[in-house]
Design a protein around this ligand. Structure first.
Ligand SMILES: [Zn+2]
Length: 132
């Protein structure tokens, strides 16, 4: 990722980077000719995107630890309520893993953080699953 000073047609130089630790990233770039400074602020999702593209900022790769936290939030699956876990326990063990994944993916796609029996019912109806 490079920034160009439009007026000077000069590539801006990396000036400062901040990683506040909450997944956001702030970086400033300065035009070596006119001194104009631009700042880039990304939210955790964007930070992860930048990270996954392997973008180097200031000639150095941004420390990986900062992104691992984000990765956990993004890839962390939904939790299961105790009722839902009980219901899952009644599913035959040989399909339990698959069933859990189906509901997990369903919840993740819809931004559902906790799977409850009601979520399972809705998912089953929407996905056309019987007896899961
Ligand atoms: Zn400039």
């Amino acid at each position: 990722m490079k920034f160009l000073c439009v007026e000077c047609d000069q590539q801006m130089a990396f000036a400062e980077r901040q990683l506040p630790g909450d997944g956001t990233l702030a970086a400033t770039f300065k035009c070596p000719k006119c001194g104009r400074v631009v700042a880039m602020l990304t939210n955790p999702m964007e930070t992860q995107l930048v990270s996954s593209l392997g973008v180097e900022i200031g000639g150095r790769t941004v420390p990986v630890e900062a992104f691992e936290t984000v990765g956990k939030i993004v890839s962390g699956g939904p939790s299961w309520s105790s009722d839902a876990q009980e219901r899952l326990a009644r599913v035959p063990s040989f399909v339990r893993g698959m069933v859990k994944k189906i509901y997990g993916d369903y919840a993740k796609e819809r931004g559902i953080t906790e799977i409850t029996p009601a979520v399972m019912d809705t998912a089953r109806a929407e996905l056309g699953l019987e007896g899961m």
